[in-house]
Structures are given as structure tokens and as C-alpha cells.
Design a protein around this ligand. Structure first.
Ligand SMILES: Nc1ncnc2c1ncn2[C@@H]1O[C@H](COP(=O)(O)OP(=O)(O)OP(=O)(O)O)[C@@H](O)[C@H]1O
Length: 254
């Protein structure tokens, strides 16, 4: 077992946003979560990454119960995420945004920062080198000095992925990585997601772009009103009557 939720539940007042969901992520694969607006997909991610405490249920990662750990501890264990709308420092440059990710694993503290110790300088140099590597990996070579506010939506999505990769994760959760970008850019991001998996980082993504999901995912879970209504391969999901009724409709795959 790699990452697993057991009866995971989140209530907001009277609304059950995530309702007793059992899900297990396949290691080394692209896992996807789909479902109509408001189905509970983002909330499910927020529960796994520690941004919301669940009302009940458990999240297990490599045999460890991580259910109520804070987000930074969960990130340290090797679980990274991106957000639906990119949470970047818009007025900072691309490099500084990515460097934030590396801070998770560096050891320098306030004293090092105040006295500019050798440790701090060494770690900063190493982080910078790694940041350049990650930027190259996500296809943003030579973009390091650009101010985030001035780059395209697609480039911001790549910076957000670079920041998540900089935390050196074993699994990365991507919340709508292809939202708000054109078909050509979507294809480029799909290629990047495949490259991430080829580098032994498991992917779990939420996405409304069905063509992309069906081409990319090895395994799909469908949520509707907080409940898991189906789980399977893209082919199984496309032929599942309940899913077609609740979500896919006739033309959604096109
Ligand atoms: N912090 C919150 N407080 C109260 N209700 C919330 C909160 N976050 C989400 N909800 C509600 O929980 C339900 C699930 O929302 P969620 O954002 O998880 O759905 P989603 O499947 O990610 O939707 P979308 O595809 O539109 O992003 C919705 O009814 C939403 O209004």
C-alpha cells in the first residue's frame, strides 16, 4: 500500500463534501479524480495534504497514519501538491518562487540567516543549482529572472509544478493542471505529467478535460456529491452507466 484513504469524510456544516471515500493511489502511475463541479475533488486533496482536518476517516502513506499531520509535515514525508489557481508570489521572479520549494529540505535557520553562515551560503548555492535543473525539467529554461506576474498562464502552471517538484516528492497531487490553457498547451502539460511519472514520481490529478484524462490516466476515481461512484481504467469509466448519467453525458469525452 502506497497512499490510501479509508472512509475519509469531510463535513462543512450540514454538507458532506467528502463522504466515506476509500481510495488507493497506484504507485508509479497516473491516477485521476474526476466528477462534476462541487463533487468534493479539491476537498479530497485538501484532506490528504493536511489543509483541512477530516471529520472522520484516515489517510495512510506507506503504512503511516498521516491523517492529522500539518501540511509542512506531510510535504516533508514526500507528498506535494499544486492548487487550482496557482498560489505563486506574482511579484517575485520564477527562480525565487521555485527556491521556496527547496526550503522544505534545507537546514539553515534564523541564526544562519542573520550571520550569513557558510551553511546558509552552501545550501543556497545547492538550492539554486537544483532549481535550474527543475526549471529545465519543466520546460522553463532561461525563464528564471522573469517576474511571475508577466508570464503566461501555462508558464505559471509549469512554475507551480516546478515548485512542487522542488520539495522532492514521491507523489504529486495536481489540481486541474490544464485549466485555463489552450489545447496545444494542454498537450504540452500532458507530456510533462508523463515525464514526471517516468521519473518515478507518482501522480494524482484532478481534471475536467476528459480527453486529456482518458489519454493519460492509468486509473480513475469518480466522485459525485462527495461519494465515490466508480473506479477503474479509462475504458471502464467511459462505459460505466452511473458515471455517464452523473457526469460524462453524451459528448463530454469529445
Ligand atoms: N471551506 C469550505 N467551507 C464550506 N463549504 C466548502 C468549503 N470548501 C468546499 N466546500 C463545499 O464542498 C463541496 C465540494 O467542493 P469542492 O471544491 O471540493 O468540489 P470540486 O469537486 O473540487 O469542484 P470543482 O470541480 O468545481 O473544483 C461544494 O459544495 C463546496 O461548496
Amino acid at each position: 500500500m502506497f497512499l490510501e484513504t479509508r472512509q475519509l469524510t469531510k463535513q462543512f456544516g450540514g454538507l458532506v463534501a467528502v463522504d466515506h471515500v476509500n481510495f488507493s493511489v497506484e504507485k508509479g502511475k497516473i491516477n485521476a479524480i474526476i466528477g462534476p463541479n462541487g463533487a468534493g475533488k479539491s476537498t479530497f486533496f485538501n484532506l490528504i495534504s493536511g489543509f483541512y482536518p477530516p471529520s472522520s476517516g484516515q489517510v495512510m502513506f506507506k503504512g503511516q497514519d498521516i491523517t492529522r499531520l500539518p501540511p509542512n509535515k506531510i510535504a516533508k514525508l514526500g507528498i506535494a501538491r499544486t492548487f487550482q489557481t496557482t498560489h505563486l508570489f506574482e511579484q517575485a521572479n520564477v527562480l525565487d518562487n521555485v527556491l521556496i520549494g527547496f526550503r522544505l529540505r534545507t537546514k539553515s535557520n534564523l541564526i544562519d540567516a542573520l550571520f550569513l553562515t557558510k551553511r546558509l551560503k552552501r545550501e543556497e548555492e545547492q538550492s539554486k543549482e537544483k532549481a535550474f535543473e527543475v526549471l529545465k525539467f519543466v520546460g522553463l529554461t532561461n525563464m528564471e529572472n522573469k517576474i511571475v506576474a508577466n508570464i503566461s498562464q501555462e508558464e505559471k502552471k509549469r512554475v507551480a509544478i516546478a515548485l512542487a517538484l522542488a520539495t522532492e516528492p514521491e507523489i504529486i497531487f495536481l489540481d486541474e493542471p490544464a485549466a485555463g490553457i489552450n489545447p496545444e498547451e494542454t498537450e504540452g502539460l500532458a507530456n510533462l505529467i508523463e515525464k514526471i511519472v517516468q521519473h518515478n514520481i507518482t501522480v494524482c490529478l484532478i481534471e475536467h478535460k476528459m480527453k486529456m484524462v482518458m489519454n493519460l490516466a492509468h486509473k480513475i476515481m469518480v466522485l459525485n456529491h462527495g461519494k465515490k461512484i466508480a473506479e477503474g481504467t479509462p475504458e471502464e469509466i467511459q462505459n460505466n452507466e452511473t458515471v455517464i448519467k452523473a457526469y460524462l453525458g453524451g459528448s463530454a469525452i469529445a
